[in-house]
Design a protein around this ligand. Structure first.
Ligand SMILES: [Zn+2]
Length: 698
């Protein structure tokens, strides 16, 4: 439809140049974006605020509410409920005028929007887009909500680029220092450009991939900017359009990445390198990002660029890199994001994340596996997302100097409460990647389920759960280095006077070390036990950690599982001998081991048996755990079965991860529960655990 701007419209400010930002920044920090700031960093410098709301309409109302806390809101831009690039072009205009953006339906305002509009009582409402986007009935509704003398105008061209040109022409003065262009067909590019433009008080104009519309060219001639920034790659804005733009503006720069995430990151780092604040929002659907732009733009002196997140548990690499480069002190999160994404955002913003990233990557087809460099990020993000439940720490360093990361999970996690303790560890053997996924699955289950699952909450509240995610980080990194599998098992420690690297960490524990033919003394062997017990820093770290859990003479860890693959088995001591009841195995304890193993195997479909039934091993972890501390210690040999592995499934594809880790949920929860009194498995809680018998929930 044709442009239909009422003649009676009021004069607007024509602004070019900057306003001072420092005073406003203080306002920002003090609570211009209060929301529910979460002080996740005790004593730290980061300020995180959340624009709450279940959807973009509600988030926009949150933004306008916070904007109005700074003072009167003179204008509201009403844009489509499902915004496109035309709506994005309104953000720089709204930011320039100190206005808010709200969303309108095609035929009516949502009740909450109507209430907010009446509360704001702006002098002017600009309806962005034609009557097919926001109909005449809405104009009538808006007019009835506003006071005497307030005006309702419509800004609409026949196309989105025409509307953008009208928005620019109405507000931005000629001889602009800078202007922005994006494709009308790439919403998130346009959103990123709108955010950048709003931050520097510049207009956003639109093109299509293959066309430079005459309205856009004409408006650019009028603006005559010194510098034109095109946001988006060749697939969004063609060479021909770029050439056309160069005939209008002498200096045209294109900023783009391989996708929307890296495009946003490139704009942030190239144009806002000094930014101390960041706006973060979902990059798959607008969850309120557009309406948040006028709230944050121009407030911080070096700008508040927009960064995009993806679904799932991790940030896109480009977003992560941008956060590490910017190290922002303030972060505004627009709309609901998954907890781990929030945790990672906060972690990067205050420097708690950002370790050098391991370059080892899985083969491209197996990208669903967590890589060594992602492990710390995920567990740290979980700690930040659930600060009262999770504490991340390192139990020590590997031979090559990598941290061996662990987490404690419990209520009041910072306090060593007198609660039964459980230890879960994974990846003694480098190629047994599924163990890491199983450990991460448990961490996620205990944290994400805490609020809603009564059983999870009971266990987390009444136990202290320790997880060591990868005992052998060096071997893990080597096993996938170069993007291919190396069939590696051992650590990567140098052996004296021998070119063969590494030790079989699960033959390096001190109990019955090298006793019985269940390991090898030859350095090159796959099950080389090392030159002496605990010769490996990795096993020393595990042993020292477990020794540290002796409090007042009592080992606090009561149950343990070490995660290996494969075989689909639940194994229990002794490993070094085929005898069921050697002199170092208490007969009652043996009954407990059998009963617990059978209970767990009944839930996951594994086979329960004494470890040596598979093949005798000496110097292994579970014998040491039991013999040294009487811990009820098990090995889970995860998916697949021996038979499946024999048919070639040694490195399973990533599509098995979800099912094969969920499969052990009940078994792991049982092991955690059983820490209160393992003897309950044979009905002897009253005899062995008086306190537990009196209080069954532990
Ligand atoms: Zn193993």
């Amino acid at each position: 439809m044709a442009s239909s701007r009422p003649d009676s419209r009021q004069p607007r400010p024509k602004v070019s140049g900057r306003v001072a930002g420092i005073a406003v920044l203080a306002c920002f920090v003090a609570g211009c974006v209060p929301g529910v700031p979460v002080p996740l960093s005790p004593g730290g410098g980061v300020v995180t605020s959340q624009l709450e709301g279940a959807d973009r309409v509600a988030v926009a109302i949150s933004a306008s509410t916070q904007l109005s806390a700074r003072g009167a809101v003179p204008v509201v831009y009403l844009v489509a409920a499902n915004p496109d690039s035309e709506a994005a072009a309104a953000a720089p205009a709204a930011a320039l005028e100190g206005g808010a953006i709200l969303h309108a339906g095609a035929t009516a305002l949502a009740p909450a929007v109507a209430t907010e509009l009446a509360r704001l009582a702006p002098d002017r409402v600009e309806i962005v887009g034609g009557t097919s986007t926001i109909g005449k009935a809405v104009v009538g509704q808006v007019s009835s909500l506003l006071g005497e003398g307030a005006s309702v105008e419509r800004i609409a061209g026949r196309t989105a680029p025409e509307t953008a040109a009208l928005l620019s022409a109405g507000l931005f003065a000629p001889s602009a220092p800078i202007a922005f262009v994006a494709s009308a067909d790439a919403y998130f590019d346009a959103l990123v450009a709108a955010s950048a433009a709003a931050n520097v008080k510049a207009p956003l104009l639109l093109v299509t991939r293959d066309t430079l519309p005459s309205s856009t060219a004409a408006e650019l001639r009028r603006l005559s900017p010194d510098r034109l920034i095109v946001v988006g790659g060749k697939s969004a804005v063609s060479e021909a359009v770029l050439a056309g733009l160069r005939t209008v503006v002498p200096v045209v720069e294109q900023i783009s990445g391989s996708d929307r995430y890296s495009t946003a990151a490139a704009v942030a780092t190239k144009l806002f390198a000094g930014a101390e604040s960041v706006l973060a929002t979902a990059g798959t659907a607008d969850l309120g990002a557009l309406a948040a732009i006028p709230l944050v733009a121009g407030v911080a002196p070096d700008g508040t660029p927009l960064l995009l997140t993806q679904p799932g548990e991790q940030l896109p690499v480009a977003t992560r890199d941008a956060l590490m480069a910017l190290e922002p002190a303030f972060i505004c999160i627009a709309g609901p994001l998954p907890p781990l994404i929030r945790g990672e955002l906060i972690g990067y913003s205050d420097g708690r994340l950002g370790l050098p990233v391991e370059t080892a990557t899985y083969p491209a087809l197996d990208s669903g596996w967590h890589e060594p460099g992602e492990l710390y990020t995920v567990i740290k993000a979980t700690e930040i997302a659930y600060p009262s439940l999770v504490s991340v720490f390192s139990i020590g360093k590997s031979a090559e100097g990598r941290d061996i990361w662990a987490a404690k999970i419990s209520d009041n996690v910072s306090i060593d409460e007198d609660e039964p303790e459980v230890l879960v560890d994974a990846l003694h053997h480098a190629a047994e990647h599924l163990g890491v996924e199983q450990a991460l699955y448990l961490l996620n289950t205990l944290t994400s389920g805490y609020a809603t699952d009564k059983e999870i909450r009971r266990l987390v509240d009444s136990r202290e759960i320790w997880i060591i995610f990868a005992v052998n980080p060096d071997g893990w990194v080597y096993d996938i280095s170069g993007g291919e599998y190396h069939w590696w098992r051992k650590s990567r420690q140098h052996n004296f006077n021998n070119p063969n690297l590494g030790v079989d960490l699960n033959r390096n524990y001190s109990y019955m070390w090298g006793c019985c033919g269940g390991s090898d003394s030859r350095v090159w062997a796959w099950n080389y036990r090392g030159p002496e017990p605990f010769s490996a820093p990795e096993t020393r770290a595990v042993a020292n950690f477990v020794a540290g859990r002796v409090v007042n003479g009592e080992q606090q860890i009561k149950t343990h599982v070490t995660l290996h693959s494969h075989g689909e088995m639940v194994l229990y001591p002794m490993s070094y001998t085929l005898q069921r009841l050697p002199s170092d195995m208490d007969p009652t304890d043996y009954s407990v081991f059998q009963a617990m193993a059978r209970k767990m195997a009944a839930t996951n479909g594994y086979k329960a048996q004494q470890s040596s039934q598979q093949y005798p091993t000496d110097g292994d972890e579970i014998d040491w755990m039991y013999a040294t501390y009487r811990i009820f210690s098990f090995t889970f040999e995860l998916y697949p079965t021996e038979e499946q592995a024999g048919k070639g499934i040694v490195y399973p594809s990533d599509d098995v991860i979800a099912r094969q880790t969920a499969r052990n949920r009940s078994a792991l929860l049982y092991l955690i529960d059983a820490a209160a009194c393992p003897y309950a498995a044979i009905g002897k809680a009253a005899q062995y655990c008086a306190a537990v018998a009196a209080s069954p929930s532990g």
